[in-house]
Design a binder for this molecule. Sequence first.
Ligand code: AMP
Length: 218
Amino acid sequence: MKKELIFLGPPACGKGTQTNKLAEYLGFPHVDTGSLLRAEIAKETEEGNIAKSFIDKGQLVPAELVGKIILKRLAEDDCKNGYVLDGYPRSLEQAEMLEKINAEINKENAASFRAIYFDIDTQILIDRIVARQSCPKCGEIYNKKFKPSKVENICDRCGAELKTRADDNEETAKARFDTYFRETEPLIKFYEDKGVLYKIDANGSIDEVWERLLKVIE
Ligand code: AMP
């Protein structure tokens, strides 16, 4: 049966690292709205230009714009057996939109849906954000303090030059947390009420969290 996996948790809770690894493990695509939007910005498309103004302020990009991008991506052939969706949905409006998108794509084919929530102590996260680096080519995530690349500024996996995201500064990070608590956190209850929420303790090392994640993926 098709497996639809979505992930909830505050910025820099480790979702990106774990979902990249999980997608590889399951052989599903890793669909990450933040990266899709940054790719639009890099290409200087009209959608990218609109998205940039929201991302720079730590706010959510309008649901309609993200919905269009995500519908197109989830309808691609490589998502037919399942997907690992990171960073979407981020509001109740988007959660309802995702239900419609899934229904439209799946038609009468059955699918199992799980929302996995990374429960973490948020005090440490701003520190984590400002030291973060990511690979623009393969999406691997590093941290100068907690998970440095073997060669400074070079991706271990594909050799590309690592980048610090424009929104990984203290001021924008704080705004992203406000946005998370206001818009995204209510989704925990939304999915709990539907009986599809799986909570994991996201405090600890990458390996510890990975072991916990595997237990909620069947
Ligand atoms: P992320 O890479 O997931 O940390 O996302 C970076 C930024 O992209 C967020 O702070 C938002 O401005 C924007 N973004 C990513 N995903 C979404 C989404 N599902 N809805 C609206 N904005 C998003």
